[in-house]
Design a protein around this ligand. Sequence first.
Ligand code: SF4
Length: 278
Amino acid sequence: MKCYDCPRGCGVDRDDGETGYCGGGRFARIAKIINDFDYEEPCLGRVTALFFGGCSLGCSYCQNKKISRACVGDEYDERALAQAFDGAAHPLDLVTPSHFLTAIEKSVALCRTRPSVIYNTSGYEMPDAVMRASAFTDVFLTDFKYADASIADRFSHASDYPKIAVAALVKMREAVVDEWQTVDGKKLLKRGLIVRHLVLPDNVKNSLAVLDTVASAVGTDVVLSLMSQFTPNGDGTPDRKLEKIEYKIVAEHALKLGFKNGYFQRFSSARSEYTPDF
Ligand code: SF4
């Protein structure tokens, strides 16, 4: 069957050995599984993180470039993927899952028990893909990277990102209502939506516009995670670290708009050891 699972719309026949922009073939590839992973957002608690190889967006500054540039990792057919899901010690954190949506849907259906799922996406999603993912997703953890088409084009060759990501975000908000629970004294998000934004060096204006866009699309009650941990990946752009003043301007804008749920990140997080080792 030809693949139109993401906005790249390659139309390649992955069942027949063809690969598209994301590099994904018929079966999912997992580059790494971390069974006990601590998230940047404490409300997610401990998770079992599955890092898929390949990516349908492909940003120049990708912090996981070792596994995203090529579709690396072990191949899992649907049954093997279901076994990996069943064997998880914690809620599943599916990292960059979008290009394996079809395989994931089939695998979830084969699981012994319905897994608890965090769908950790770049935000570059077709509305239909969001609806399909919402059938098995508890928490959408989505990036919102760009509000400026020219910046989306420069860093991700995706000038349609702002338009696509807004529509996807609205669909995610419609699909899941936030539901909180307290476990061992910690407030955890059982179901819901978290919007992440990584502030990029030299691109404060884009970040301010992202916050305006998110506020207008889904309101300021949404859980917002404003990240400062940008680390130059050695061969892409931007090629310098974020400055404190850049992050401060964006954080102050978030507060001014009225975002009150979520996280600001400690500036010391901008170190290479905060990106997973693959
Ligand atoms: S999921 Fe991959 S093959 Fe399918 S349309 Fe997107 S980039 Fe192309």
